[in-house]
Design a protein around this ligand. Structure first.
Ligand SMILES: Cc1cc2nc3c(=O)[nH]c(=O)nc-3n(C[C@H](O)[C@H](O)[C@H](O)COP(=O)(O)OP(=O)(O)OC[C@H]3O[C@@H](n4cnc5c(N)ncnc54)[C@H](O)[C@@H]3O)c2cc1C
Length: 558
């Protein structure tokens, strides 16, 4: 058995920020990650990170208001205030740790405009901000001698008397399964993008943490709120960063018209993401698209600006869609990008399961509510990663380690051996995964309705049944990716179940949850969070009131 004060699951920005904060607080800390740390999806973040710096004449209250409005008034305003107030210091911390942010002509940190915000407050490193931040945090984690279990796969939470006191995990190199004991466990295992197909997310974003918490009695909140990003590439759904529009890119329909003037006359292409994605989908549905797409036009920015600031997406356009943005508009469409919901936590990452914390995309504080503003997620991972790390470190000082044996690891060994031993049947994980992804993308995308979501619920149930007969062809121990993908699929099906149950519950349109059959926002009945927990009989729904401090809900226009 491996013993720690604080155990962090995930080495993305949230996990490494949490580990660093706990280590700085004197705790013994370990991180477990299924991929090498800098291969975490945070690495793919392009556009930037938001903060209102006072010496720029910006105010955190303005950032908070833009975030509240962006969330379609579903974000909790106390939590949003914490995030926006701490943002400036956190960006400066990351600069001092060594992040080489892009600068303006005067030598100050440069900012670019991002969607849904009245002021340019997005700090960035060209169009690879996540990679820059992630490498710097990895250096800090190494410097603080945090033990990192790389390419270890967490299977389940270890529970004793209703408390979380560790995890079971498989060393992917050997196939051995071990128990990790900890006084506090922080889930920082990222999003669930691949529950949808296609998605901008890496193939490893399979909602493992959310499903593990759900299985152990954790509450998931705002799960119906799935963000479709307005600019994903036609061919494979890869992301074309919002930075392209932040730098001045246009959106055009098949008639060459900047159609956003009809939908958001003030903010145009930089309205919030749900608004832009709906506008694009409406244009496409009404016949003003080309092959299911509209266009991102950056030609007027010129080659110099594109090479300096949008270099990776220029390459993505060339490689995956055969379109060079310097010379031609790039075909794009709305695509699954982010989950606003996740494991319900306080602003210190505390969940409803004692001993269990969550931070980053796997958590729901809720600062994003019905729609996340671009560049607020990197901020969320750092602010709430740090706060979770600090709180977990303090909690572990007051807690004595539970006397647990190795039975959890033994149970997992039996479960996995049974899966490997199964020989009859012909269900392959890949087919179920694709059917799940396509179902979610058909019925839980930009526009939804009762009938479609009910179809999705039935389909997910059918797939859960078929999953019980899935066959793992590879019976080996070393890097058995066939086994890992199969286990991930189990987590994804649980996440899909939670998303569909929550979406069917919300009988209005708000933020990313737009119902064709109930197109109006209904503050009287639905200014509340949908919370889902798991029971023997399936998902069970409850509600949590939205925290309103100083910004009363208003009609949302851009
Ligand atoms: C293409 C793209 C571009 C983006 N651009 C931006 C942007 O410019 N600005 C912005 O604010 N946001 C952006 N986002 C969103 C943002 O990047 C993510 O929400 C954020 O990085 C998530 O960080 P995280 O630390 O929560 O998780 P991740 O970075 O996804 O890390 C998850 C970690 O958990 C580990 N893990 C998961 N499951 C297991 C398991 N079972 N066992 C062991 N380890 C496990 C993984 O190995 C990994 O280390 C972007 C997202 C994408 C997909």
């Amino acid at each position: 058995m491996i013993d720690q004060d604080v155990l962090v699951i995930g080495a993305g920005l949230a996990g490494m920020r949490a580990a660093l904060a706990a280590a700085e607080n004197g705790s013994s800390v370990a991180v477990i990650t299924k991929v090498y740390p800098v291969r975490s999806h945070s690495n793919a973040a392009q556009g930037g990170i938001n903060a209102a710096l006072t010496d720029r004449g910006d105010k955190w209250e303005d950032h908070a208001y833009d975030t509240v409005k962006g969330s379609d008034y579903l974000g909790d305003q106390d939590a949003i205030s914490v995030m926006c107030e701490e943002a400036g210091q956190e960006v400066i911390n990351m600069e001092h740790y060594g992040t080489i942010f892009s600068r303006d002509d005067s030598g100050h940190l440069g900012v670019r405009a991002f969607g849904g915000q009245r002021q340019a407050r997005t700090f960035f490193v060209a169009d690879f901000t996540g990679q820059a931040l992630l490498h710097v945090l990895h250096e800090q984690v190494l410097k603080h001698k945090v033990k990192v279990y790389e390419e270890w796969f967490v299977l389940s939470l270890v529970m004793e008397d209703g408390e979380c006191c560790g995890v079971t995990a498989m060393d992917m190199r050997t196939g051995e399964i071990h128990t990790f004991r900890a006084k506090a466990v922080i889930l920082a295992s990222g999003g669930l993008g691949r529950v949808f197909e296609p998605s901008t997310n890496a193939l490893i974003c399979t909602g493992d943490g959310m499903a593990q918490a759900y299985r152990a009695g954790g509450s998931l909140m705002d799960m119906e709120m799935v963000q479709y990003h307005p600019t994903t590439l036609k061919s494979n759904g890869a992301l074309m960063s919002e930075a392209a529009r932040g730098e001045g890119g246009y959106l055009l329909n098949s008639e060459g018209e900047r159609f956003m003037k009809k939908y958001a006359p003030n903010m145009m292409e930089l309205a919030s993401r749900d608004v832009v994605s709906r506008a694009e989908q409406t244009e496409i549905n009404e016949g003003r698209g080309v092959n299911g797409c509209v266009f991102l036009d950056c030609r007027h920015l010129g080659e110099k600006v594109i090479n300096e600031r949008l270099v990776t997406i220029r390459e993505a356009g060339i490689d995956f869609a055969g379109a060079d943005m310097v010379y031609e508009p790039v075909p794009i469409r709305p695509g699954m990008h982010y989950i606003m919901g996740g494991i319900q936590t306080t602003v210190d990452g505390v969940t409803n399961v004692p001993g269990l914390y969550a931070a980053g995309e796997t958590a729901c504080v809720s600062v994003h509510g019905g729609n996340r503003l671009g560049a607020n997620s990197l901020l969320d991972t750092l602010v709430f990663g740090k706060r979770s790390g600090l709180h977990a470190a303090e909690y572990s000082k007051k807690t004595t380690a539970k006397n647990i044996g190795d039975s959890s690891a033994k149970d997992e060994k039996v479960r996995i051996q049974a899966l490997l031993d199964r020989t009859d049947g012909n269900e392959a994980f890949g087919k179920i995964r694709l059917e799940m992804g396509q179902t979610m993308n058909e019925h839980l995308a930009v526009y939804r309705d009762q009938q479609g979501m009910e179809k999705a619920r039935e389909k997910i149930k059918e797939l859960q049944g078929r999953y019980q007969n899935v066959i793992v062809q590879d019976k080996g121990k070393t890097f058995n990716t066939n086994l890992i993908f199969t286990l991930e699929l189990g987590f994804m099906l649980d996440c899909a179940e939670a998303i569909v149950a929550s979406a069917l519950e919300r009988k209005e349109s708000r933020g990313a949850h737009t119902r064709k059959d109930m197109p109006k926002r209904d503050d009287e009945n639905w200014l509340k969070h949908v919370v889902v927990t798991r029971t023997e009989g399936g998902p069970s729904i409850s509600y949590k009131p939205v925290v309103i401090t100083q910004w009363e809900p208003q009609e949302r226009k851009y």
